[in-house]
Design a protein around this ligand. Sequence first.
Ligand code: KG4
Ligand code: ZN
Length: 359
Amino acid sequence: MNILAIETSCDETAAALVTDTGDVLSNVVASQIADHAAFGGVVPEIASRRHTELIGGVVAEAMAEAGISKEDLHGVCVTQGPGLVGALLVGISFAKALAWGLNIPLCGINHLEGHLSAAKIDHEITYPHIGMVVSGGHTSLYRIDNPSSIIQIGQTLDDAAGEAFDKVAKLLDLGYPGGVIIEKISQGIDPHTIDLPRPMINDGSYDFSFSGLKTAVLNRVIAEEIFTDMDLRFSGLPQTRKPVPGKEALIPKIASAFQEAVVDVLTAKAIQAVKDHGADLLVVSGGVASNTALRMRLKTVTSEEGINLVIPERKYCTDNAAMIGIAGIRYFREGLIAPLDINARSRWPLTAETRGILS
Ligand code: KG4
Ligand code: ZN
């Protein structure tokens, strides 16, 4: 069975071809980073418009790369939510039209199940396991007893980890997208020269909070007088601020300390969840899971603790359509076919409400 998958939930226009045996035949991602960079973050209206311009070419490229023609398609999966409604609607409309025109089944996939399913690409996954999604919109822990039983056990109470990376990068005037830039400038910088909090690290819950950490960074930036513009706010920051001469060296130190604090919290909570739930496998995915410091720490700690670890390849951690196709295999097998009038779901927690997730 050849499945075409489409993902347009945020600022990546993506299409992939996967087989029902789990092979990824192609995985095309058109990034819109350049379109949003000047604004310091994703502008929903711009994202929707770019998706409409890009989607036809991206799907054609994914089909050509896989050597599959329209007649060889057996099903279409599309991200139905959560995400930006206008952006989601572009992928959903395209997928519906294809499914209707080719008379093949359609599946609406939850983006979070997609991130968790990325682990199945090139890895054998065992059950039960703990899954952690760390992205720009989510930071959540799940207990996964079998492919159709995903139970959320914790989540961020405020900002997602990726959102905190993006906001701190903006605050340090490092540009967009924040995660990649913070990782880059932190390389080789001692993370322990600046003291930052580890919110909720030992509170016994599986929940997270990153907004206080972001404020701690802001307070440090103000205290150190790194910028002359002291009226710092998270919105409307001047794009052209320059650090005060002599203060530049503090920026990578703060970035590195921030990254370390996030890595500490994410690792501690994930390991605690694995232990408490008697699992022996941890799966970590989402854009922040492409962060080298996080990947290395998780590798070290899980090997010390005798826990198996699966982190997808970087290209399958950040938003892509292959993960949506891999999640969709189960839906086609179990006959969880979507009607052609499905709508975008901006909020869609991965719980019992999610069709087909909980049996
Ligand atoms: O999963 P994703 O591509 O999109 C969402 O579903 O949100 O995640 C994007 C998020 C952004 O906040 C971005 O800053 C963060 O992932 N990110 C990173 C890295 N690469 C992307 N954060 C830290 N280090 C990275 N290398
Ligand atoms: Zn995502």
